[in-house]
Design a protein around this ligand. Structure first.
Ligand SMILES: [Zn+2]
Length: 433
């Protein structure tokens, strides 16, 4: 088995003399120091935040671990204070609203060079799954300039791989026609949307689609299982967010955790309560620092995602680290009747049913969870009431002790079009919204 294509790319970009963890660590430490100095001397935010730093002792990862975290709230309140270049050097501004709440936007800035490093990562990252015999369809925002779709297309052009940026899925028939007409073999998209397409048009996955790359949200194992269609379709996971410059890591052929964009990003896993870096193998919050970002470097940025580093080397034989597939958002944990429940637990129960295409979960009172299921328009409501609902309730109660109310959502058969990350809505009195 060949090591992930990211390995030779990272060796080349970092000019490592020996391909080893130690050599890569030395490069990263060097870049961390350079980033701290760059950000402190150029951005108003980090000028203040890093004021007390003792530069003489900043020569180890341990010392770096004493640097304060940057949070999404910091960006929300002071986006322009993060800028390290004059505004005329900004080529792309992304306004993000991942919570869907008005006034909750984050702005992120990228120079031409910043976008170029992302295209470069996509170029080599996509080689983990496709080659010049493939044709790719992107079901992500695009094709406007510097959208994720546009950057992916530019990256694939460098490998002479045909790519159609279809945009977010809103018309299954149109997407299916596009796949047939163009002989698409690989889809890149949002997990719930790609799953919906496969449930509506299973024949596409029997005849055309051999590979899928899922991005932008936590991916339930139940979805991966259903998409893989008994192994005829390979389901790869990508980890990324706009703050990382879209791309963060991607699975190799072994499909057992991401290899990371370690030349541009330094990743840590920290205890979400104490903020201390945890041992490999232990779950915690993913924190990253950009190593080459020009417009808006981020230092120890808290992602809110739960994951862990895997201790065992990957079967592909690379020396690069491996992060287990993200297990969801840390905030998506609810405590009810003394038990903890996560969106992941719910996904594994509800999304295992092919007729469930989405669901919304909310908690209004201290003893009960309220679930609205969005069902496939072809599914029979009566059958739902008689069998599926009963099964779901049984599966749920075999795991949890509290009550659940299940209803069919009246938005029935409407697929989620939004990029907003799914969450548990805690509407109990006094709960943090
Ligand atoms: Zn690997």
């Amino acid at each position: 088995m060949k090591p992930t294509p990211l390995e030779s790319w990272i060796i080349e970009r970092t000019r490592l003399e020996t391909p080893s963890q130690e050599a890569l660590k030395a490069y990263q430490l060097d870049r961390l120091k350079a980033t701290l100095q760059y950000a402190q001397s150029r951005s108003r935010f980090y000028h203040e935040r890093l004021k007390g730093i003792d530069w003489d002792t900043m020569d180890s990862f341990k010392a770096f671990e004493t640097v304060a975290f940057t949070t999404p709230e910091d960006i929300r309140h002071n986006a322009y204070d993060f800028l390290c270049v004059p505004t005329h050097e900004i080529e792309r501004i992304v306004t993000l609203n991942t919570s869907g709440t008005t006034g909750d936007e984050k702005r992120l800035f990228f120079t031409h060079e910043d976008l170029e490093t992302t295209i470069d990562f996509f170029h080599y990252g996509m080689r983990c799954l496709v080659d010049e015999n493939d044709k790719v369809m992107v079901l992500l925002p695009g094709p406007s300039f510097a959208s994720i779709g546009d950057l992916l297309k530019k990256a694939l052009q460098r490998s002479r791989i045909e790519c159609i940026v279809h945009g977010i899925l809103d018309d299954v028939e149109a997407a299916a026609a596009c796949i047939f007409q163009n002989g698409i073999t690989c889809i890149v998209g949002i997990p719930m949307q790609v799953a919906y397409l496969s449930r509506m048009k299973p024949e596409l996955f029997d005849t055309h689609i051999k590979k899928v790359l899922l991005s932008t949200d936590y991916v339930a194992d139940a979805l991966v299982k259903s998409l893989s269609r008994n192994g005829t379709c390979q389901v790869f996971n990508h980890y990324g967010m706009t703050e990382m410059g879209y791309g963060g890591g991607v699975e190799c052929d072994c499909l057992s955790g991401y290899h990371l964009r370690e030349n541009d990003l330094y990743f840590e896993i920290v205890d979400p309560i104490t903020g201390k870096v945890v041992e490999d193998g232990t779950y915690g919050e993913v924190v990253f620092t950009t190593l080459n970002r020009q417009a808006m470097p981020l230092i120890r940025y808290k992602t809110g995602d739960k994951a862990r580093f895997l201790e065992e080397p990957c079967a592909c034989g690379t020396f690069l680290r491996r992060m287990e597939k993200v297990r969801g958002r840390i905030e998506n944990t609810l405590s009810l009747e003394g038990q903890e429940i996560t969106l992941r637990d719910l996904d594994e129960i509800f999304l295992a049913y092919e007729s469930v295409i989405d669901y919304r979960v909310a908690c209004y009172d201290p003893k009960r969870l309220h679930v609205n299921l969005v069902l496939d328009k072809n599914s029979d409501t009566k059958a739902f009431q008689n069998t599926i609902e009963k099964h779901l309730r049984m599966r749920f109660q075999s795991k949890f002790d509290f009550e659940i109310e299940i209803e069919e959502d009246d938005r029935s058969s409407k697929i989620t079009r939004s990029m907003i990350k799914r969450k548990i809505h805690d509407c109990r009195q006094g709960a943090k919204r």
